[in-house]
Design a protein around this ligand. Structure first.
Ligand code: GLN
Length: 296
């Protein structure tokens, strides 16, 4: 039987190189890595597995799977979406069309939240956490994985996203401490919470068209569009969070690259104290803004 596609009859190594060259010619940002990840996924092998079988020929079934992956990547679908999962804070998270691909930048929010818990909150009972707009559950599940006594609730407007978050909680063995509810921001929650975290939609509506194709054409618009000035979600969530926080509790927001000052002002005028400066991501951008409600 002959396999007709462009990778048929090639060795694994030759297919990987041909694919990297094709991605490069198509303007894909990390052609080598993407080629390796997609061929590895098509063949069910990790990096080492591919290396040890480098000279084996690609089968026709493998060729079909690889070709389908290639078509999707050339259309700028992110590798994480093609694979259906992404690593975040060392956790393997399932994704779907309804969820944002978790970004490394968002790990800054997890780190910031853990810092305020460690340095500022003197909890006398198991912590209660809320994650507003939880998507795949990334931030909440990362925090629960670090805080063995804590419980948390994630909200999302999208039922489809919540189904993925629940699946992730289950797969990570965190389902007993995580629950999920569909609502607008924090509308269905009742406090008190010790910590509220959120990576809300924050892109200005007019800027959506200018985003990378990988983001614009594949991340859910609901998770990106923050209204005319990008700050709609912060204006909605901040007063809700202030009402839901326990005395001394903390609110941590992810913000866009130029929003930390505006979001800080918003939080301060809602009565929160900003005792720590915003926390920068690995690119040096202020990414997480943290505020606390006064302790009694
Ligand atoms: N960080 C995302 C981006 O770079 C935006 C996510 C959001 O709006 N919360 O496009």
């Amino acid at each position: 039987m002959s396999a007709g596609g462009p990778f048929a009859g090639l060795s694994i190594e030759a297919a990987r190189r041909a694919l990297a060259a094709k991605f490069k010619a198509s303007g894909i940002e990390s052609p080598e890595l993407d080629a390796r990840l997609l061929i590895g996924a098509a063949l069910g092998r990790d990096h080492t597995g591919l290396a040890t079988q480098a000279s084996r020929l690609i089968t026709s079934v493998e060729e079909t799977v690889i070709s389908a992956f290639v078509r999707r990547r050339i259309a700028h679908e992110p590798v994480a979406r093609i694979l259906g999962h992404k690593e975040f804070w060392g956790l393997d998270l399932r994704l779907s069309d309804a969820t944002l691909v978790p970004r490394p930048d968002t790990e800054t929010v997890v780190a910031a939240a853990l810092e305020i818990l460690r340095n500022e909150l003197r909890a006398t009972r198991a912590l209660r956490i809320a994650d507003i707009g939880t998507g795949s559950g990334a931030i909440l599940l990362a925090l629960l994985s670090e805080l063995p006594d804590a419980t948390g609730i994630g909200t999302d407007i999208s039922m489809a996203a919540l189904a993925i978050a629940e699946m992730n909680a289950d797969k990570l063995g965190l389902a007993g401490r995580a629950s999920f509810v569909q609502c607008d921001y924090a509308a269905a929650l009742s406090g008190p919470f010790d910590l509220i975290v959120s990576n809300p939609p924050y892109i200005r509506s007019a800027d959506i068209a200018t985003l990378d194709r990988d983001v614009r054409d594949h991340d859910p618009l609901l998770a990106l569009d923050g209204g005319v000035d990008g700050l709609d979600a912060y204006r909605a969530i901040t007063p809700q969070a202030v009402a839901l926080l326990a005395p001394g509790g903390g609110l941590v927001f992810e913000v866009g690259h130029d929003q930390s000052t505006q979001v800080s002002v918003l939080m301060r005028s809602a009565g929160l104290t900003l005792s720590s400066p915003p926390k920068a991501d690995l690119g040096g951008i202020y990414r997480a803004v943290m505020g606390r409600k006064a302790a009694i």
